[in-house]
Design a protein around this ligand. Structure first.
Ligand code: SF4
Length: 334
C-alpha cells in the first residue's frame, strides 16, 4: 500500500475545500469497505484520504409523510433493520438486508454504497499487469470480453467493458425514483440516483456523473403511493454474502385486478442499475399473472447482448423479474 495523508474535517464545506487543495487522486472515505480493499490491491493510490465521518448531520434518518430522507453516513444495517422502513419501503430494507455480510453492513454507509466499484475479477486482480482492463488503465483493453465472463453484464455493455454494477441498494433506489443530495465546489445540487451512473461506452473508467470534489450528503426517496407493493428479489450462487447473478427491485400499483403502474430496476445483469421500462410499459392495464409477469421479465432482456458464458442470465433474469412482480403484487392493495 502506498503512503497517504489523512484528515477528518468537521463540515461538508471543509471537506470540499480540502479536496480542492489536494493533489489529484484524493478520496473521501467513510466506512472504507471498498476503498481500503482497492488500496491494498494497489488499484487505488490516493495521496490524501478525507474522512467524512466527523461531519455532523449526515447520520440522520427522517421518515416523512411524503418522503424518506437518509443521511449519507447512516450504516446500511440501520436501514435494513428499521421496522418503519421495512413496513413502508420493503424494497429498500430488503435490498440492504441481502447485501454483503452483517459486519460489512454495520461498517458501510448508504452514501458510500452508491459508489461501490465493480467486482470484475480482471479489474480487481490485474494491477500487477497480469490482465488488461480499460476501467483500471484506460486504453489497455478488456480481459473479460474473451475471458471468464459468467458474471459479466448482458445489458448496457460496450466493446470496452462488460463489468456489472455490483450494488443492491442503488437498484432499489432507482426503482423508487430516489435522488441524491450533493455538495461540491460549485455549491449544492440534487441528482436522480438513476443519473448517477454512466454507461461504459469507450470511457469505462468514468463511472459516475459526479464532478471532482463532489460529496454525497444524503438520499431522498419519495414515498410509494398508498397501496403499492414492493420487493427486492436477489438470486446468487449462495444465499448469503454474495453478489447478485440477477436481481430485481419492483414496485407495483394496482387498480382492481389490473396494474396501473409498475416500476422495475435490475441488478447483477447490467453495467449500471437498469430501469426496465419496456417491461413496465407492458404491464400497464394487465392483470399480474405468471404469464404476464414472465412476459414482462422477458421484455426486460429484449436488448440484452450476452457474452460467451453468461447467456443463462437472460432466462434467470426474466424469472427473477417475474417472481419479484408476483411478490410485490401480493403485497399491494387494490
Ligand atoms: Fe476491466 Fe471492464 Fe473489462 Fe472488467 S469488463 S476487465 S472492468 S474493462
Amino acid at each position: 500500500m502506498h503512503p497517504f495523508d489523512y484528515i477528518r474535517p468537521a463540515t461538508p464545506q471543509d471537506a470540499v475545500a480540502a479536496f480542492a487543495n489536494a493533489e489529484a487522486g484524493a478520496r473521501y472515505i467513510a466506512g472504507g469497505t471498498t476503498l481500503y480493499d482497492l488500496m491494498k490491491l494497489d488499484i487505488e493510490r490516493p495521496p490524501l484520504l478525507i474522512d467524512v465521518t466527523a461531519i455532523a448531520g449526515l447520520g440522520e434518518v427522517d421518515i416523512g409523510d411524503e418522503r424518506l430522507r437518509v443521511g449519507a453516513l447512516v450504516p446500511m444495517s440501520t436501514i435494513a433493520a428499521d421496522p418503519d422502513i421495512g413496513r413502508d419501503y420493503p424494497v429498500l430494507a430488503e435490498s440492504l438486508a441481502k447485501a454483503a455480510s452483517q459486519q460489512l453492513r454495520n461498517m458501510a454507509t448508504v452514501g458510500g454504497n452508491l459508489l461501490q466499484r465493480t467486482r470484475c475479477m480482471y479489474f480487481r486482480n490485474g494491477a500487477d499487469g497480469a490482465f488488461p482492463c480499460n476501467k483500471r488503465q484506460p486504453g489497455s483493453g478488456c480481459a473479460a470480453i474473451d475471458g471468464l465472463d459468467r458474471g459479466q453484464a448482458v445489458l448496457g455493455t460496450s466493446a470496452s467493458c462488460t463489468a456489472v454494477s455490483p450494488g443492491d441498494w442503488p437498484v432499489a433506489l432507482t426503482a423508487l425514483d430516489a435522488s441524491v443530495e450533493i455538495v461540491g465546489p460549485a455549491g449544492a445540487r440534487r441528482m436522480l440516483v438513476a443519473d448517477l451512473y454512466r454507461l461504459p461506452g469507450d470511457t469505462p473508467h468514468l463511472e459516475f456523473s459526479l464532478t471532482p470534489g463532489e460529496l454525497i450528503t444524503g438520499i431522498e426517496i419519495p414515498r410509494p403511493a398508498a397501496g403499492s407493493g414492493s420487493t427486492y428479489h436477489k438470486i446468487r450462487d449462495r444465499e448469503s454474502y454474495a453478489f447478485a447473478l440477477a436481481s430485481a427491485a419492483v414496485v407495483v400499483q394496482r387498480d382492481g385486478d389490473l396494474v396501473s403502474r409498475a416500476r422495475i430496476a435490475l441488478g447483477g445483469v447490467a453495467t449500471r442499475p437498469w430501469r426496465a421500462t419496456e417491461a413496465e410499459d407492458l404491464l400497464v392495464g394487465q392483470p399480474l399473472t405468471i404469464e404476464t409477469a414472465l412476459a414482462a421479465g422477458r421484455a426486460a432482456f429484449s436488448t440484452a447482448t450476452p457474452g460467451h458464458h453468461n447467456g443463462f442470465k437472460l432466462e434467470l433474469g426474466a424469472r427473477t423479474v417475474a417472481d419479484a412482480l408476483l411478490i410485490a403484487a401480493e403485497r399491494s392493495r387494490t
